[in-house]
Ligand binder design. Structure first.
Ligand code: ATP
Ligand code: MG
Length: 434
């Protein structure tokens, strides 16, 4: 029978009586030889005729405990010998942990842990390992920490100002949450300014400045505006029919003022030739120069494109890494991109998209997205709330595992879920070549 030592204690019956201590020297070999090591062992499996079997009957109390050989440990934990080499077992540095790629990318995964616990280090190492044999990797990150990896692996990097959204009234209205009437004003402005605006990329500040000068120039011309047929998005279009008959109330100036204040909330770039992330090659989207609200808008656009292109044509499989996922899909509030993330968590698997959600605070991460993750990598999580929340969505729940998570050091993680048959505690190490 193979088991994991949970607790180890040294006892010596001589020292049951405190008086013994007064009469005997401390370093007495006869007495020391009576010491007994008592180990509390959790059975993991038993090996019978070279095959792994489950433990039906626990071992007898008092049974002897010996060190297991590496092949036996591998067999008992059902650790495969194929896949991405991510390190070794924390308790047994001779036993390598290899993640089978077909199982890993069959569902989604999440990587959780406090700041500095080793999440990004692990994901970068994993991407490196799978770069030649795994799916295409798309990384959405609010920092520039993946740029080095992208450079080394020859991935495309999109950063400001290459991150351009579609320069259409519908898209701008959706991004800034403009009302129907405000969209009509914006549309008229864009139609009027078509020749002056030109083909290139426009920042939201430039759009705001042109809008101000447009208002100053042609007040009388723009006081009565009517929507252009067929120019609205599907959801706006649905109630547009009734709204069309009602001319926009209030003055255009007031609407322009509200548009300007809304447009000022996010610094973004728009272009008639917006960014098209090529989902068939690995790419990093570095959102570090954008405000949080702008990062959400860009994420919503990219994920919307991904869903659209995958529904149209499945194409190559995609490994979509989302850093700081609790910011983009928080548990309570809503964000511009939360719906798309939840949609991908629900439908992505069938479309060949495997999500990798990275978060410091699983408690603050959307429960639906988290619950769709088949494999969970938990680094040190000191907050009991986070640990309970995480195990709440995991099929494996035990107080020993919670305790193991609290004791993890930097670069150590507990792996549960599909990718391992039994929970294992791993020391992440990418120094050796796989
Ligand atoms: N397995 C490891 N082996 C060696 N060093 C590691 C390991 N994991 C993490 N480190 C070290 O710890 C540092 C912090 O790790 P990392 O950037 O992965 O933290 P994080 O969990 O992503 O934190 P944050 O949530 O703040 O982004 C790394 O820069 C690296 O130096
Ligand atoms: Mg990180």
């Amino acid at each position: 029978m193979i088991g994991e030592i949970i607790e180890r204690e040294a006892v010596n019956p001589y020292f049951n009586k405190p008086t013994v201590l007064a009469y005997l020297p401390e370093d007495n070999d006869d007495i020391n030889s009576q010491a007994l090591y008592v180990s509390k062992v959790r059975p993991v499996g038993r090996i019978c005729d070279g095959k792994r079997r489950d433990v039906d009957i626990p071992p007898k109390p008092g049974s002897n405990v010996y060190s297991a050989a590496v092949p036996e440990i591998r067999l008992a934990l059902a650790l495969g010998d194929q896949g991405a080499d991510i390190g070794t077992l924390k308790a047994q540095p001779d036993v390598k942990v290899l993640l089978p790629l077909d199982v890993l990318f069959r569902t989604h995964l999440c990587v959780l842990g406090r700041t500095g616990s080793g999440k990004s280090f692990f994901v970068k190492g994993l991407i490196d390992r799978i770069s030649r044999q795994g799916p295409q990797t798309i990384i959405l990150t609010p920092s520039d920490e993946y740029d080095d990896l992208a450079f080394r692996l020859g991935y495309e990097v999109y950063g400001e100002p290459r991150i351009c959204l579609p320069f259409t009234p519908t898209y701008i209205a959706m991004t800034y949450g403009l009302t129907y009437a405000e969209q009509i004003v914006l549309e008229s402005f864009m139609k009027d300014q078509e020749s002056e605006i030109g083909e290139g990329a426009h920042s939201s500040r430039q759009i705001a400045a042109s809008l101000r000068s447009w208002l100053g120039r042609g007040k009388e011309k723009i006081t009565r505006l009517t929507p252009v047929q067929g120019s609205f998005s599907a959801d706006v279009e649905s109630d547009a029919a009734s709204l069309r008959k009602i001319p926009p109330r209030g003055s255009v100036e007031t609407r322009v003022d509200t548009i300007l204040s809304k447009v000022g909330s996010k610094d973004l770039w728009f272009s008639a030739h917006p960014m098209r992330v090529p989902f068939e090659t690995s790419t990093v989207l570095n959102l570090s120069r954008l405000s949080a609200a702008s990062q959400e808008a860009v994420t919503a656009y990219v994920l919307g494109n991904l869903l659209e292109s995958k529904r149209r044509e499945r194409g190559a499989d995609v490994f979509l890494v989302l850093e700081e996922a609790h910011m983009f899909a928080p548990s309570v509030q809503t964000t511009a991109c939360k719906e798309k993330i939840v949609q991908l968590a629900r439908e992505g698997r069938k479309l060949g998209v495997s999500l990798c959600l990275i978060s410091q605070r699983p408690r603050h991460l959307d429960q639906t997205a988290l619950s769709q993750c088949g494999s969970i990598f938990i680094f040190n999580l000191p907050h009991p709330d986070d640990v309970e929340h995480t195990f709440g969505v995991s099929p494996v729940y035990s107080s020993e595992l919670i305790e193991a998570v609290r004791r993890l050091g930097v670069g150590e993680c507990l792996i549960v879920g599909d990718v391992v048959k039994y929970p294992v505690v791993c020391r992440v190490d990418f120094r050796e070549a796989s």
